[in-house]
Design a protein around this ligand. Sequence first.
Ligand SMILES: C[S@@+](CC[C@H](N)C(=O)[O-])C[C@H]1O[C@@H](n2cnc3c(N)ncnc32)[C@H](O)[C@@H]1O
Length: 438
Amino acid sequence: MKEPRRGWDFSLELAEKGWYHSFELPDGTHIEGINRIDKLRDRYARFPIPADLTGKRVLDIGAWDGWFSFEAERHGAAVTAIDCVEIPNFLEIQKKLASRVSYRILDFYELPEAGLGVFDFVFCLGILYHLKHPLLALEIVCGLTTDTAIVESFVIDADTWREHPDEVPTMEFYETDELGNQLDNWIGPSVSCLMAMCRAAGFARVEFLHTTGFHAGVACYRKWEAIPAGAKRQAPELLAVANSRTFGVNFSTRKEEYISCWFRTGEPTVTRGELRLEVGGFGIPALYVRPDENGAWMANFRLPPGLGGGWNLVRLRFADSAFGSTTLRIAVDQPLRVKRLELKGACDGTNWNDHEVKASDGGFISCWVTGLPENCDRANISVYLEEKKLLVQYVGELDPEGMRQINAVLPVGAGKGEQLCRVECGGVSTESWALRVV
Ligand SMILES: C[S@@+](CC[C@H](N)C(=O)[O-])C[C@H]1O[C@@H](n2cnc3c(N)ncnc32)[C@H](O)[C@@H]1O
């Protein structure tokens, strides 16, 4: 039976010392907190961030007394520190150091709407296990990070995790005060669970840094590792990219959506671990890969957090290849702007007989429409035949006359005779076009 972890309680020590972090101030003052200065320096020294942070932005989430904020500032960074409550110790040190760290009282979940911008480096230290929604919190961290986030958390297997590296990741849940007698301690992940959650949040790759007592630290990178020098393997050829739910080109950052990619390679096998997809400049690991039709392959990926609205470029490489020559694109949070649509023609999609369509099994209508927006796709274009919505199977590229071809499948048992067809997108409809179903 597993026991609660109430013994992990430092509240008495904290009350006695009054400080969580220790400080050595320029005037020679030494403040002794729960965390010794040499231990704090050791932790910081393991962060894979440049020694010179001039020109870089750092966000320190849950800064408490602020040692990590002031240290990053000492290394040249423009630092923003946030905490859910104002900590008088932070303000005292800030004054003594004449620090320019921007201190904001915000809850974790307020960060996306706080208008702070994005940060090269984000510190998420000793706060994850205080959160009821840890994966959501890590997604927020990922969306705010452009380079690397350092995540440290209480873990349940700091000393033993290397002995069971392939275990399914596990996490303890503390409904009340089972962890350290604290009401806001919610979870205790294993080290592998912490790393898996960071990847699941959308980071390209996650590296173990250290364990200190009951904590583990990991570095979470938004970019893939550099292409190995002399990489000779043939790059995969990216064929198509689509929303795995809608098969369209549009994605919403407010929804749980996945990217499907089709690619071709001369390799006999492909594993997901060797795929390096890049979307809007951010790396994202594959969730799944399988052989598809006609010798192509299909792989699925999460939509990386923090993508800018509009068109985002997508490219693919293997771990040991350059990127393929094809770059495709997806539309993120892009509104559909339609003014006027014109249906220029509609006919049988198999024999191209004008004004006519065969009601045979597998029959479809091909339409040509002008005025469609750049981000129109299978999911936001509707084709109606006598007000019955048809399945849109294909939306072509814009041709030189400003038209796109749309193919829509005729329903089984479609009635014969003259019927009216129209196309709709973004709340705007074309005029109707008469088609004879034969
Ligand atoms: C254990 S301390 C970590 C201090 C420091 N980051 C470190 O690692 O040494 C946790 C900090 O997170 C803050 N915190 C807890 N829940 C929070 C929340 N929901 N939003 C923002 N800050 C929070 C606490 O006030 C405290 O300053």
